[in-house]
Design a protein around this ligand. Structure first.
Ligand code: DLL
Length: 434
């Protein structure tokens, strides 16, 4: 059997050991930030804190939060923890919700990031014998670079194809016998749809596992992709501000993602009050990076809403698990006063046999919010029988009403009429903000 990258001394360490690493690393990191990041030092001073107030992870709650707002205010160099000459790379977010976030890396930061990605690949079964096709975008986005580095560390033959050019993607998967596919779940669904149309059955597709993340996706979508491609589909989570993919990853249990707690210390807070919530309660995920040098964020509010669980995992790993984010608190739509997460809508659609090709359009007409959901019919259900379409639309409207508690206008559209995504899918158009 091929050698695995697995690091049981870290990944299955006792809780006491993990806590000890966190205590030591937090104390060191707070001192590092105090000495080298005036922006954060000022925030600590405003709260009357010095590094001496942080003796262990139990003192974490005393520290001030950092938010996206701080990152924008400090843009581009204000949160750096080392001189520019010690940095070797930047990555950046797409900036769709405002100014871009630019994150800096030393070589040590890159190494630890790639190590986290290698753990994720290993948990999905990758060894040096695998061919790993990295179809996340390369460039400023962290997906391509992160999984590329992780794949190298595992020793896979890495195919750095980036996203797009679907025909070429499929050609390489088949010609090079790619066994691991890394891309966004929406792109995986598109690749699966295309291969199905080409008449390829799962046993004609060499892939065995997929590492899909960077956007929210449902269990129903996982089942669809797994079935069409004949693979196991694993979730991976991360964000540019903390390095990129690999902050957390799924294991064979496929029910939650182990957070790499030796590098990232998680908390769940009430997004309205900032109060720390106990494990098992849903709230906003906050991370403290314990080991990063160039961009050492303390108590960074991710806006992602999820639950932490410390139940024993069948894979043997002891690091805490986060649930799939159920959406971002800033993705949450408030429609006629009701909180609506796009993932709830997706669940209804997939449960009724539709694909994840849909678009949610929110508008305000005569001072009242409107919710329109455009859904593609699958080729199998496609019909021009008006009675049948009306029946289906009503079925979906009823399903959405019982899930969301509000009415939505559903329009069924022809297969292939909604634009496919090669990276993160844009599924919500909120015209109220325009
Ligand atoms: O999306 C990093 C990444 C690349 C993760 C490839 C996984 C795979 P950003 O572009 O900075 O970084 O976006 C980060 O994406 O705060 C979440 O809201 C969302 N996100 C990331 N992974 C998941 C996931 C990358 N598995 C933001 N499920 C995060 C749901 C996710 N949402």
């Amino acid at each position: 059997m091929a050698e695995r990258y697995y690091q049981p001394e870290i990944e299955t360490a006792s809780r006491e050991q993990i806590r000890q690493w966190q205590d030591e690393r937090l104390v060191r990191q707070v001192r590092h930030v105090w000495d080298s990041v005036p922006y954060y030092r000022k925030k600590m001073e405003e709260k009357g804190l010095t590094p001496d107030d942080i003796q262990s992870a139990a003192d974490l709650h005393k520290l001030p939060f950092l938010s996206k707002h701080d990152l924008r205010e400090a843009y581009p160099y204000g949160l750096m923890g080392v001189p520019l000459k010690d940095c070797v790379r930047i990555h950046s977010t797409s900036g769709t919700t405002g100014k871009r976030v630019v994150a800096f890396y030393t070589q040590a930061d890159i190494d630890l990031w790639e190590d986290c990605c290698a753990r994720a690949l290993t948990a999905a079964g990758a060894t040096a014998e695998d061919v790993c096709q990295v179809s996340y975008g390369y460039g400023l986005f962290t997906g391509g670079a992160g999984l590329n580095g992780g794949s190298h560390k595992v020793g896979c033959l890495t195919v750095p194809i980036s996203s797009g050019n679907t025909e070429r993607q499929i050609m390489f998967i088949r010609d090079l016998n790619a066994t691991i596919l890394c891309c966004t779940p929406s792109y995986a669904a598109y690749l699966a749809e295309t291969m199905k149309e080409m008449g390829l059955s799962p046993d004609q597709i060499p892939l065995k596992a997929g590492i899909f993340g960077a956007e929210a996706w449902s269990e129903e979508m996982r089942r669809d992709i797994e079935k069409t491609l004949g693979i196991k589909a694993y979730d991976i989570y991360g964000l540019t501000e903390l390095s990129g993919p690999g902050v957390a990853f799924e294991c064979s249990a496929q029910n939650g993602m182990h957070i790499n707690e030796d590098h990232f210390l998680p908390e769940i807070i009430d997004p309205d009050t900032g109060e720390v919530l106990p494990d098992g309660e849903q709230g906003e995920l906050v991370f403290t990076s314990l080991t990063k040098q160039a961009f050492p964020l303390l108590r960074y509010r991710t806006r992602d809403i999820c639950v932490l669980s410390r139940e024993k995992c069948s894979c043997g790993r002891t690091h805490v698990k986060m649930s799939k984010p159920r959406g971002r608190s800033d993705d949450m739509l408030i429609i006629r006063g009701v909180n609506v997460f796009p993932s709830q809508i997706e669940t209804v659609l997939l449960n009724q046999g539709y694909s994840a090709n849909y678009q949610i359009i929110v508008d305000r007409v005569n001072h009242s919010d409107t919710l329109d959901v455009q859904v593609e019919m699958t080729p199998e259900m496609f019909t021009d029988n008006v009675g049948e379409i009306t029946r289906r639309q009503k079925e979906l409207t009823d399903g959405l009403r019982s899930m969301l508690g509000i009415g939505a206008k559903v329009t069924l559209v022809a297969p292939k009429s909604i634009v496919r995504s090669e990276g993160k899918a844009v599924r919500v158009i909120d015209k109220r903000k325009i």
